[in-house]
Design a binder for this molecule. Structure first.
Ligand code: CIR
Length: 254
């Protein structure tokens, strides 16, 4: 079965999305839409089935659909956002998700962004961040009794999400941004580190046998090829201006 991938195109309000430090580089929404379309085409070419959701002008950050729901096995967990401006995005996913998965919600005081969760075949790694708390990590473990849920602390306090500092490539291998995460966070996994100056390439998306990474990081592309991964690059520069990357634009339903 081709994996279904939920994507939500950017709305006009995307130019007002949240950014760390509040200093936003001007965002070109037209270019963002074109990049989003090209990304969708790439996913299709790789054998996935993108499913387009309605743009939500009320939520400038809703293009980063990964943060609103965590999908593991037959469950879809709607995420309670810590930041007030994103609260409510998750409700807009519930109906679509319910056609594929059992939909569940966290309860207070949990707050979590999907970008803080790395899912492998066996483990679930949860970044404890400004967005995601220990209560959410504990609830995730209750939702998923057959999985091993592990909290991960950051070495680099500038990381927005766990997945800004690392991502799972498949085949027991995690790609991490040098210096971002504790070295023992992924015990039992092979670790590849992004080459110096390419830390922003640590966020990737695995679709079948291919790893998609942001364009502009040739050394990371070579590193992945050297280790036997089929790597493809996609230009997501307008989304990077809003602190997003490759995985953030998707929810993979498997
Ligand atoms: C935010 O601050 O929530 C958005 N501007 C960026 C979210 C990026 N999402 C992700 O890395 N999963």
């Amino acid at each position: 079965m081709p994996p279904t991938v939920l994507m939500r195109p950017p709305a006009a309000s995307f130019r007002e999305c949240l950014v760390r430090g509040g200093q936003r580089e001007p965002i070109n929404v037209e270019r963002a839409l074109a990049q989003h379309g090209a990304y969708r085409d790439l996913l299709e070419a790789l054998g996935a089935q993108p499913l387009l959701l309605e743009p939500l002008d009320r939520f400038p950050d809703s293009v980063f659909v990964e943060d609103a729901a965590i999908v593991v096995d037959d469950l879809a967990l709607l995420c309670p956002f810590a930041v007030s401006g994103r609260r409510g995005e998750e409700a807009h996913l519930a109906e679509t998700l319910s056609a594929y998965k059992h939909v569940r919600s966290f309860t207070p005081p949990a707050t979590i962004d999907g970008g803080d969760v790395i899912v492998t075949e066996r483990d679930i790694f949860v970044g404890i961040s400004a967005r995601t708390n220990k209560a959410a990590c504990d609830q995730l473990a209750e939702f998923l009794p057959d999985r091993c849920v592990k909290a991960v602390e950051f070495d680099d306090a500038r990381l927005l999400h766990l997945k800004s500092g690392g991502s799972y490539l498949g085949r027991g291998t995690v790609l991490v941004a040098a210096g971002a995460l504790r070295r023992n966070s992924f015990d039992g996994y092979s670790i590849l580190e992004t080459p110096s100056g390419e830390e922003a390439a640590a966020n990737t998306l695995q679709i079948r046998e291919t790893v998609i990474l942001p364009a502009g990081f040739p050394k990371t592309g070579e590193l992945l090829s050297r280790h036997g991964f089929e790597a493809r690059q996609v230009d997501i520069s307008e989304f990077a201006k809003g602190d997003g990357s490759v995985s953030c634009l998707t929810v993979v339903l498997g």
